[in-house]
Design a binder for this molecule. Structure first.
Ligand code: GNR
Ligand code: NI
Length: 167
């Protein structure tokens, strides 16, 4: 297992559209294990492969309090349902910034699991929100894209300054 480096906004690599996984093999299972370790260590409730500069359609999530209900979804697709709900979201690629975002309250996810099995899961609440957030990463979308240009620019400038000071 390994902890992977998480790209931070406005790194242009976060805008890459991820490719379909063609074969669920040991390489993919190792990546899933590394994504989970990186997510738990951060700590976060979800992580997309895009965030660690691997542009393949793989996400992991665990919204449980005990941190013992991991899910991995390969090639996920979503069917959204229900009302729009507002949730304060964070993102490991935007450390320290939290903003209220509207998402569908329900999402049915179809995907492959870590053994290549077909999964269909109806989700709601924080899990549904988190899965929508992760699937956005696979398209190169970030939660700041839903904010006003002014708010987005303010966040970008603060993060760029932090990155300069770290360098
Ligand atoms: O840790 C995370 N918390 C979170 C809170 C509300 C909505 C979405 C998330 S996902 C985020 C981790 C992350 O950046 N995943 O891509
Ligand atoms: Ni994120």
């Amino acid at each position: 297992m390994a902890r992977l480096n998480i790209l931070e906004y406005p790194d242009p690599r976060l805008r890459t559209k991820a490719k379909q996984v063609m074969r669920v093999d040991d390489r993919v299972r190792q990546l899933i294990d590394d994504l989970l370790e990186t997510m738990y260590d951060a700590p976060g409730i979800g992580l997309a492969a895009s965030q660690v500069d691997v542009h393949e359609r793989i996400i992991v999530v665990d919204v449980s309090d005990q941190r013992d209900e991991p899910y991995a979804f390969i090639n996920p697709t979503l069917e959204l349902a229900g009302e729009l709900v507002e949730t304060e979201e964070g993102c490991l690629s935007l450390p320290g910034f939290y903003e209220v975002i509207e998402r569908s309250e329900r999402a049915t996810v179809k995907a492959l699991g870590r053994n290549g099995e077909a999964i269909e899961m109806a989700t709601e609440g924080l899990l549904a929100v988190c899965i929508q957030h992760e699937c956005d990463h696979l398209e190169g979308r970030l939660f700041v894209d839903y904010l006003s240009g002014l708010k987005r620019q303010r966040i970008r400038k603060k993060l760029e300054k932090q990155h300069r000071q770290r360098a």
